[in-house]
Ligand binder design. Sequence first.
Ligand SMILES: Nc1ncnc2c1ncn2[C@@H]1O[C@H](COP(=O)(O)OP(=O)(O)OP(=O)(O)O)[C@@H](O)[C@H]1O
Ligand SMILES: [Mg+2]
Length: 350
Amino acid sequence: MLKRKKSLVGLDIGSAAVKVAELRPLSGGGCELANLGMAPLPPGAVVDGAIIAKVPVADAITRLFRDKRIRNRRIATSLSGHCVIVKKITVPLQTPRELDESIQWEAAQYIPFEIADVHIDYHVLRTNPSGGSMDIILVAAKKERITDQTGVISMAGKVPVVVDVDAFALQNAYKLNYAPDPDLVVALVDIGASTMIFSVVRGSEFLFTRDITIGTGHYCDFFQKEMRVSREDAERLTHGDFRSAEEGQQAERIMTTVSEILALEIHKTLDYFKTLSSTFEIHKMYLSGGGGHIPGLTDHFHRKLQLPIELFDSFRVVKKLPSGLSRDELRAVAPDMAVAVGLAVRTTGE
Ligand SMILES: Nc1ncnc2c1ncn2[C@@H]1O[C@H](COP(=O)(O)OP(=O)(O)OP(=O)(O)O)[C@@H](O)[C@H]1O
Ligand SMILES: [Mg+2]
């Protein structure tokens, strides 16, 4: 996956933090993590994946690259949330040229946006010559959101080369790290501060994805509302840091309530996936994003969803670490960096 072409720095602009990762392939297999970094963003700068305040986001990127001494300026970044639609569709069998011409028309049937306002891309999954059809993944992203994101990257003095989708980055991070068995069906769930990305893959094959606008911010909202605490205290409670036994008991009750809401959202999405693809049984779920740190969340999901749940390890194939970073430090951020690592898999000239 990482051979020959020039590497890009994976840049994940989330609503809580920006994360960067740069990978280099090692000749003996596995890869080197050339650079890694994360910087928090001020509240409100990025909301539900949309960049609201460009200057603080550009500043955070500039500082992160400077502090980590990252020289590579070429960036792969991604979008998520309501501005992107990803759909697996079946179209009549046609040549690549015909498909290039008909894709706008095909897309118009599936995309609830004005076609003029979106950038359309597609990838052929398979052709079924006997049935005269082909399966493709259709992606439509709001042009405005693409230019907002690339604009901020340019403002930070970097060069946006690839604009991907969070769900695909997650899948690439999974492929890179787990080299999955072709028949293994897994759900990849990334819970960020505001968005939960839910995808299903069989081996390395895309089956389904959906972004759900709920995240760890829900814990903070509940703490603030129910316990009348400040945003900072709510964030502290989310980390399981309690100042008294009484505070702990109250916070744990609220955490259970919110974890149940998240589990229910996943349950509904799993049910929806089953109605679309009744032939595929999900064997396992990987959890990534800041949600991977929520105390007890994996156990909670395991009980409610009756599925084996594992924390996603973004650095499973990393053999060489950036200088000054220990394995323990790396392990501590392994769930958070999934999207950035999946973006760092992308190269120039794709
Ligand atoms: N150690 C921790 N314990 C508990 N919660 C944590 C911990 N670390 C991070 N979080 C939660 O995860 C959130 C950040 O997650 P993440 O970095 O995945 O979000 P994001 O990618 O910036 O947001 P999004 O993708 O939703 O736009 C924090 O706001 C916090 O609520
Ligand atoms: Mg995120």
